[in-house]
Design a protein around this ligand. Structure first.
Ligand SMILES: NC(=O)c1ccc[n+]([C@@H]2O[C@H](COP(=O)([O-])OP(=O)(O)OC[C@H]3O[C@@H](n4cnc5c(N)ncnc54)[C@H](O)[C@@H]3O)[C@@H](O)[C@H]2O)c1
Length: 371
């Protein structure tokens, strides 16, 4: 089992990465956050499998009667679900000393973390990620939250992603790569897109691992997955430790994301987040090339890596650039409607202010957008 430290003073914790370690979850949790009671928030897809192994590792009378099951769709990542979790915790007699344990993908972790952050003004929280994306990204760093309905001009509403939430660091993150054995290939690849992003932040060792171990990664080789998750988690942990509240360098983790956020909500494209990130990374590299921040070699390397991992590098159908620019201007990372981007450099990435519209248009054209 590998250990990655997230150094945050009194809120420090460890990320444990291993194979078939969920049967030890009970003793791991008791070691870092001793409690007589444990409440579980569980992704329904893993409830009968991985979560059962995890829950059974606790002393029988310390686990709350029924785990709270969540169907992991974004429309469930909303306040009524948080309220239902609170009610369930109250019914089970949970108090301020109860450990709240989320088992599932990033969705279960985000909503479970927010319920833990707010129940009785905060109870100890444990992350047990079961998707690759959650292992290398969502479970690390303490961002929790829910989607919030936003009114639209026609009197309806759309869900605004992650618009309410809290920073609430877990006591420990336990990533068991054995759980990835049941994850479908499309979701698995989405996690790989975030690994590529982390590698691009300046970790050549990880870039090398991704380039050389494609077959082993897709064969879900336990040793290679432990190495991949450990390296990727280390990169996120270091950035979080340097900037817990995203006042500075944590913004670098948004590499490719401002482009991704513009295309992810377009229903016709039917893109998962990781797929949008993959296309977003290609656009970010093209934009960096147009701004003279990187040469073509880095872009070619990235594009061929993404292709070898089965990730998209172009839009599945053309979209007008004006539509994309409008969305980018209202993205959370834009200030005063000028576009601020995280772009790759030769050694990693940097935040670039006031990026020229022509460089962004060029980036969009490079992934198949049209004028
Ligand atoms: N807090 C953060 O820093 C952060 C960062 C990135 C993403 N997120 C959030 O994370 C969510 C996305 O996370 P995700 O990609 O893990 O998706 P997810 O939680 O929606 O899970 C994806 C799918 O995989 C299923 N699943 C989970 N584990 C499985 C397993 N082991 N085997 C088979 N199926 C499994 C789920 O039921 C779901 O259908 C989004 O809500 C996003 O906003 C949060």
């Amino acid at each position: 089992m590998n250990t990655v430290a997230v150094a945050l003073g009194s809120r420090s914790y460890e990320i444990l990465v291993g194979y078939e370690i969920l049967s030890s979850l009970g003793s791991i949790v008791q070691g870092v956050s001793p409690s007589k009671k444990h409440f579980f928030i569980v992704d329904e897809k893993v409830q009968e499998t991985h979560a059962q192994i995890a829950v059974q590792s606790f002393e029988e009378d310390s686990a709350c009667a029924e785990p709270f099951g969540i169907d992991a769709v974004e429309s469930n990542k909303v306040m009524p679900t948080v309220e239902a979790i609170w009610s369930s915790m109250l019914r089970d007699g949970c108090d301020r000393g109860t450990n709240c344990i989320a088992i599932g993908g990033g969705l279960a972790g985000d909503i479970g973390g927010f319920a833990a952050a707010s129940f009785m003004r905060g109870v100890p929280f444990v992350q047990v990620p079961t998707t690759l994306l959650a292992m290398v990204d969502a479970s690390i760093g303490g961002k929790t939250g829910v989607n919030v309905p936003l009114p639209t001009a026609d009197g309806g509403s759309v869900l605004g992603k992650n618009l309410a939430g809290a920073f609430w660091q877990p006591k420990v993150v336990v990533a068991d790569v054995a759980t990835l054995g049941t994850l479908d290939n499309r979701q698995f690849r989405c996690g790989l897109a975030e690994c590529v992003k982390h590698a691009m932040l300046g970790n050549d060792g990880m870039l090398q691992l991704l380039l050389e171990q494609v077959d082993a990664i897709f064969a879900r080789d336990a040793g290679v997955l432990v190495e991949l998750v450990t390296m990727s988690a280390q990169i996120k942990a270091d950035v979080v430790a340097a900037d817990e509240r995203e006042a500075g360098c944590r913004a670098l983790l948004n590499l490719g994301h401002t482009f991704a956020h513009a295309i992810e909500p377009i229903p016709e494209l039917r893109l998962f987040h990781g797929e949008a990130v993959s296309i977003g990374l290609v656009a970010a590299v093209a934009c960096a090339e147009a701004c003279g921040l990187v040469d073509g070699v880095r872009g070619d390397l990235l594009r061929s890596l993404l292709v070898s991992l089965g990730l998209p590098t172009r839009l599945p159908m053309p979209v007008h650039i004006d539509r994309l620019l409008d969305v980018m201007r209202v993205d959370k990372k834009a200030i005063d409607s000028s576009i601020r981007l995280v772009l790759p450099t030769e050694n990693g990435a940097d935040v670039v202010e006031n990026v020229d519209d022509s460089a962004i248009a060029l980036a969009w054209t490079s992934v198949g957008a049209i004028l």
